[in-house]
Design a protein around this ligand. Sequence first.
Ligand code: SIN
Ligand code: FE2
Length: 222
Amino acid sequence: MDTHSTADLFNDDALQQPAGREQIGEQSYVFRGYALPWLERLLPELRAVLTQSPFRHMVTPGGFTMSAALSSCGELGWTTSRQGYRYSPIDPERQLPWPKLPDGLRELAITAAAAAGFDGFAPDACLINRYVPGARMSLHQDKNERDFSAPVVSVSLGLPAVFLFGGHQRSDKPRKISLFHGDVAVWGGVDRLRFHGVLPIKEGVHPRMGPQRINLTFRAAG
Ligand code: SIN
Ligand code: FE2
């Protein structure tokens, strides 16, 4: 093997697993690299959303400031405060509606949901999480949505993460799944209420996204 092809093995793409569908639960999948062809459309949309409703650190009902910074777009945004968790049509920081869910983001979410067997997904909320190295998300269930027949569609961008995919009890030992730039995870049906979380993000700088991971989760919340 010449030195050039050895170097190629260690370029950024080689760190990613090959494109394909990995089943991680009875009705849950990770689609490797699924969002990559959408990025030229998606990143400007995301930038516009974040210009309107920038990331902020929210406080949990228990009084802890979340290490991931949050924003939202769509008819409803997920918020947490000392008063509790809830979906709200209003961005509490600006006292204005959340930015609209951009068409590219919506289409990606609907297409990925269908690929996982969930036709007719109609997301009305997209939660945007920003993790800098060290930030994490502890095990939780997504259960503030009204209709659990719709799946959760999660798009990962930037630095890699170890996603914890647990069971229906907090104490069930979670499976560890690496999520890379462009991966899309979908969980729904019998897996819809499984506990999940993210281990602390490792130090690093992603060539496209910089020193951060951004995760988008689409839900039908209202
Ligand atoms: C979440 O559960 O809201 C985020 C999951 C992730 O960042 O991958
Ligand atoms: Fe979640």
